[in-house]
Design a protein around this ligand. Structure first.
Ligand SMILES: Cc1ccc(-c2noc([C@H]3C[C@@H](O)CN3)n2)cc1F
Length: 331
C-alpha cells in the first residue's frame, strides 16, 4: 500500500525542521516526527521520558497500546551532528505514516533526551530514513520504517518534496509526476556507512560559470542548512558585499539588505538551482540587520551535507532498490 504524508515546517519564520504526523499503537497515538534521511533510529518522546525533560511534546505511551511489545534487553543511544542526543529502550508496535502501516516497527522510547530536544516542543521524535546499518539499537540493530515498509510498497522508493516556508510532502511507494518538471536524474549512492551519499558534479554562483567538481555529500532532510567545501562557499559569499565568516555567529553572516545570488549544483549532466531567498536563511535575532546564510562551510564537519536549504529546491527520489540510487528533478 502506498502513502503520502505532510512535511510541515515547525516554525513559520524559517525552515529549521519539518515534522510529519504518524500514528503508533492501538488505539492510535498521533505524534509529529522529524523525518531524517541522515540517521536510522525511530525514537519518540514517551511515558518513559522524565517529566523534567518533556516540554509540550506529545508522548507515546506503550502501556496504553494493546499491540505494544517490549523488545526485552534492547537499548539505544544516539548523537546527532549538532551534539544533541537521546537514549532509551525499545518496543515494537503498529506504526502508520500517510496510510502505510508496518505492524511490528521498532519504536525506540526515550528515557533521556538532551536539552535541545526538550526545548523543541514541535518535534516529538525522529524517523530515521537512512540505511538500517546506522541503527543504534543494541544488541540487535533494528530496521527503519522504510526498510520494513518496502516490500509492501508498489515501488521501493520514497520521495521528498520539501518546500520553502510551506508544507511539502513525503510520498512512499510511488513517484508523483505532478510534483516535478523535466526529467529525474538518478545518481549512484554510496551506502557505506549508511547515509544517502552521492557525488555532485559541480556548482555555479548566480549566473556565473559552472565549475565542474566532484562534491561527495549526503542528502540529509534532518539538517536545516547546506554545508559545502570552503572553496565553494568562499566563492559564493565573495559575491556578497559585507558577508563574513563570523566566529561570533558560527558561520557566514551578511547584511539582511544584501541581494544574494542563487546557487546551482550539478547532478550528473543536469543541475538544481537554489533560489537566493532560500540562502537568506534568517535574521540572527528578530529584527536584526544581520542575517545568517543557508550555505555554510563543511570544513569542521568532515562531511558535505545537502540539507533542507538544497533539498527544498528539488524533488528528490530516495530509491531503495538494489543498488540504491538518488534521483533529482527541478520543480
Ligand atoms: C533538537 C534536534 C537536534 C538535531 C536534530 C537532527 N535531526 O537530524 C539531524 C541531522 C544531523 C545528522 O545527525 C543526521 N541528520 N539533526 C533534530 C532535532 F530536533
Amino acid at each position: 500500500e502506498n502513502g503520502s504524508a505532510a512535511a510541515i515546517p515547525i516554525d513559520p519564520r524559517f525552515d529549521i525542521a519539518y515534522v510529519t504526523p504518524v500514528t503508533i499503537g492501538t488505539p492510535p497515538q498521533t505524534l509529529y516526527l522529524d523525518f531524517d534521511t541522515g540517521s536510522s533510529d525511530l525514537w519518540v518522546f514517551s511515558s518513559h521520558t522524565p517529566e523534567s525533560q518533556v516540554r509540550g511534546q506529545r508522548i507515546y505511551s506503550p502501556e496504553k497500546s494493546s499491540t505494544a511489545k517490549l523488545l526485552a534487553g534492547h537499548t539505544w543511544s544516539i548523537l546527532y551532528g549538532d551534539g544533541s542526543g537521546s537514549l532509551g529502550n525499545v518496543y515494537t508496535d503498529n506504526f502508520t505514516v500517510g496510510g502505510v502501516t508496518v505492524t511490528s516497527q521498532a519504536v525506540q522510547t526515550a528515557q533521556q533526551v538532551s536539552y535541545s530536544f526538550t526545548s523543541q516542543s514541535e518535534i516529538h521524535g525522529l524517523v530515521g530514513l537512512g540505511f538500517s546499518t546506522l541503527n543504534t539499537v543494541f544488541p540487535n540493530g533494528q530496521l527503519t520504517f522504510f526498510d520494513n515498509a518496502k516490500s509492501t510498497l508498489d515501488s521501493p522508493v520514497f520521495t521528498a518534496d520539501l518546500k520553502w516556508k510551506k508544507e511539502g510532502t513525503y510520498d512512499f511507494g510511488f513517484i508523483d509526476e505532478t510534483k516535478y518538471t523535466g526529467e529525474i536524474t538518478y545518481l549512484p549512492v554510496q551506502t557505506d556507512p549508511g547515509y544517502w551519499t552521492f557525488t555532485s558534479s559541480g556548482y555555479a554562483v548566480g549566473d556565473g560559470a559552472f565549475h565542474p567538481a566532484s562534491i561527495v555529500g549526503i542528502a540529509d532532510t534532518g539538517t536545516s542548512l547546506t554545508y559545502l567545501p570552503a572553496e565553494v562557499v568562499t566563492s559564493y559569499w565573495g559575491q556578497v558585499d559585507g558577508a563574513v565568516d563570523s566566529d561570533y555567529y558560527g558561520g557566514y553572516v551578511f547584511p539582511c539588505s544584501s541581494k544574494l545570488p542563487s546557487f546551482t549544483f550539478g547532478v550528473g549532466p543536469a543541475n538544481i538551482t537554489i533560489p537566493a531567498s532560500y540562502i537568506n536563511y534568517a535574521q540572527i535575532t528578530e529584527g536584526s540587520p544581520v542575517c545568517f546564510g543557508g550555505l555554510q562551510s563543511s570544513s569542521w564537519l568532515g562531511v558535505n551535507i545537502w540539507g533542507d536549504v538544497a533539498l527544498k529546491a528539488a524533488f528528490v527520489v530516495f530509491n531503495g532498490a538494489n543498488p540504491p540510487t538518488i534521483g533529482w528533478a527541478k520543480k
